[in-house]
Design a protein around this ligand. Structure first.
Ligand SMILES: *Cc1c(COP(=O)(O)O)cnc(C)c1O
Length: 233
């Protein structure tokens, strides 16, 4: 087996263990393999092990790899920060967008989503670390954005996404993920019908799962260390 195959298997086993500990079933968790700054050949290796969902942060890099992997049945998730001048290509080339954090971006994605594709699946990014994190909506503003997205026919609102500031304090990690889950539950109590909590990365996915994550985004633990990010983006 290749290194990526071994790491992917180990990651799946740790996910299954974390899920079972919560009393949920492994099929309740969806794994996105985060392939940013990794070559197309690495994506092929993970694909050969049955992985179908891949996450990318940098638009141009992602488009290049999508072209190289055109024949594969991959569901592409855009998980990086979204600049408004990139919304058109993102709406054309991805199935999901995780980091929607303002109405203008949602509107532009909606307007650019091609008619022949299903609605773009979106999550609202929530800022759970205040000043330590630049991106994401303040929790108290999320309901208003969710309401506005419901009126956009080419977007389907699936849930919330968060990237807590890195910390070794596991108590704080639990607290931050819990804050997102409670917001998710409040929105559902208000009738939003969300099914996705996108949270947890290589270093904290077990805690995210314990706090209710349904979709986790893992890069390093599957593909190894990344190259530095491209300078153009
Ligand atoms: C890079 C990235 C990940 C994966 O991070 P790892 O620590 O390599 O698992 C997940 N989510 C987002 C939004 C990222 O930018």
């Amino acid at each position: 087996m290749t290194t990526i195959a071994v790491r992917l298997q180990a990651a799946r086993a740790s996910i299954d263990k974390a899920v079972t500990n919560t009393g949920r079933q492994p099929e309740h968790i969806t794994l996105i393999a985060v392939s940013k700054a990794q070559p197309a050949s690495s994506i092929r290796e993970a694909y050969a092990q049955g992985q179908r969902l891949f996450g990318e942060n940098y638009l141009q890099e992602a488009l290049d790899k999508q072209a190289q992997l055109n024949e594969l049945d991959i569901e592409w998730h855009f998980i990086g920060p979204i600049q408004s001048n990139k919304t058109q290509l993102i709406a054309q080339h991805f199935a999901w967008v995780h980091g929607v954090d303002r109405l203008k971006i949602a509107q532009r994605l909606n307007d650019a989503r091609p008619a022949h594709l299903p609605p773009l699946q979106v999550c609202i990014q929530v800022n759970v670390s205040n000043e330590q994190s630049k991106s994401g909506m303040q929790p108290e503003q999320v309901a208003a954005l969710a309401q506005a997205i419901l009126a956009l026919p080419r977007l389907q609102l699936r849930g919330l996404m968060a990237i807590p500031a890195p910390t070794k304090d596991t108590g704080l990690q639990h607290k931050q993920f819990k804050m997102v889950r409670e917001l998710f539950q409040q929105l559902n109590a208000a009738g939003f019908g969300l099914d996705t909590l996108s949270m947890g990365m290589s270093d904290d996915f077990a805690i995210a799962i314990a706090e209710g994550a349904t979709m986790i985004r893992i890069g390093t633990a599957i593909f190894g260390a990344r190259q530095p990010k491209p300078e153009s983006e």
